[in-house]
Design a protein around this ligand. Structure first.
Ligand code: UP5
Ligand code: MG
Length: 207
């Protein structure tokens, strides 16, 4: 893909910062397609016949990062499917299909993934970064863990996820920040207020 065909925004933030919650709002109001790398990995893990099921399960439980080849391929497939679906939906004579807009949530979490994706798939417009203190994220995840069924919503996995985020994923945010390509939103307020802030910041950034 090229930046002329598609718009990609990376949505980053610590575990439980509210990436998925805010992406759902943006889909509703702005017609983005939301691709959560974590959701795609969980679906691949459960797909009968997947050769990556065990690997993904181990990584997720340990808050470790799945080798990027797997994740980049899943994202690229999902983007292609979305684009093909929207062009086959198009009625003859309806004019050019609207440019596809993707929120890529929870990716890239490691420098090599960022470089690989931008080289092999598509450059990103910018990073939407949700900034939230650990104790608030922990509170949210433990609460969600009561009902989510997610294998990584337990105290031990959460601790590992936080560690991976600080050591491996924050450097990605810092890399984009140095290039002036980060839109930072404080994620501690209520979901509604975080969304209002997101809308304001996004309107500025998209021009
Ligand atoms: N909530 C949300 N916003 C709130 C607010 N403002 N106030 C109060 N509560 C709020 O929200 C989390 C919970 O908090 C929910 O209960 C929500 O209602 C509440 P959510 O919107 O789900 O936050 P999100 O940031 O999406 O949290 P998530 O748990 O999905 O973050 P992670 O980044 O940990 O999870 P992800 O699914 O992206 O990745 C999981 C694992 O997959 C990784 O640890 C890794 O092992 C693997 N992975 C890779 O290996 N590679 C990748 O590229 C991606 C993932
Ligand atoms: Mg999420």
């Amino acid at each position: 893909f090229s930046g002329d065909d598609v718009t990609v925004i990376f949505v980053l933030g610590g575990p439980g910062a509210g990436k998925g919650t805010q992406c759902a709002n943006l889909v509703k109001d702005y017609g983005f397609t939301h691709l959560s790398a974590g959701d795609l990995l969980r679906a691949e893990q459960d797909r009968p016949g997947s050769q990556f099921g065990e690997l993904i399960r181990d990584c997720i439980r340990n808050g470790a990062i799945v080798p990027m080849e797997v994740t980049v391929q899943l994202l690229e497939n999902a983007m292609t499917e979305t684009i093909n679906r929207s062009s086959s939906d198009k009625k003859p004579g309806a004019g050019e299909a609207k440019k596809a807009k993707f929120l890529i949530d929870g990716f890239p979490r490691k420098m090599d993934q960022a470089l690989k994706f931008e080289e092999a798939v598509c450059p990103a417009r910018f990073v939407l970064f949700y900034d939230c203190p650990e104790e608030e994220m922990e509170r949210r995840l433990l609460e969600r863990g009561k009902t989510s069924g997610r294998a990584d919503d337990n105290a031990e996995s959460i601790r590992k996820r936080f560690r991976t985020f600080v050591e491996t994923s924050m450097p990605v945010v810092d890399y984009y920040a140095k290039q002036g390509r980060v839109v930072k939103v404080n994620a501690t307020a209520t979901p509604d207020n975080v969304y209002k802030d997101t809308q304001r910041r996004l309107t500025d950034a998209l021009g």
